[in-house]
Ligand binder design. Sequence first.
Ligand SMILES: [Zn+2]
Ligand SMILES: [Zn+2]
Length: 204
Amino acid sequence: MTLPGGACDCCDVCGRPFTAPYQVLTDGRRICYRCHETAVYDQAQAQLIYQQVGAILQQTMHLVLNIPTALILVGRDQLADVLRQMGRSAAQVTQTLGVYARHGRKRAIYAQSGLPRLLLLQVVAHEWGHAWQMENAPLLREPLLQEGFAEWIAYQVLLALGMETAAARMAARDDVYGRGLRHVLLLQQHVGQDGVLAWCRYAR
Ligand SMILES: [Zn+2]
Ligand SMILES: [Zn+2]
């Protein structure tokens, strides 16, 4: 998952308008002070968020990962190394906040350390969506649909937690993530949640 190019005068994470000086991170994210205060640096804390995401997806959509997939909190440089090993572009290496990776039988979600809690939740849920895709929809290759589905999973998790503002902000993004999510949400209007999952399994 990479970053939104936010145009409104709002926090790039929670979507709330700025009411106080905001923090600009080196990669361009503008973060409100409330979000900045919740940065997660601790693996155990990240693990709780990962478990929460898994529990929500199991309870609300009956989704599980069958292959053990670890969550690993890494520094920016470590994440960049993982991405380079995966052959990602230079822009992706600098702007990516999390990634799902397979090395032979080992599967892991890498997420950047120091992200605000809500952003880490979004990143983890998005990458969880890719992990599910890899197990259940390995033929899905179209980037718009891959990213749209992963964003849709994160969107469902935010809604389950009552975070409508942050969810709406995801759907308003003007990039492959936002466009992909809107595509899948439109599909959901027609075929429902189960229909989206069935579509994903057979989409190319
Ligand atoms: Zn993605
Ligand atoms: Zn915020």
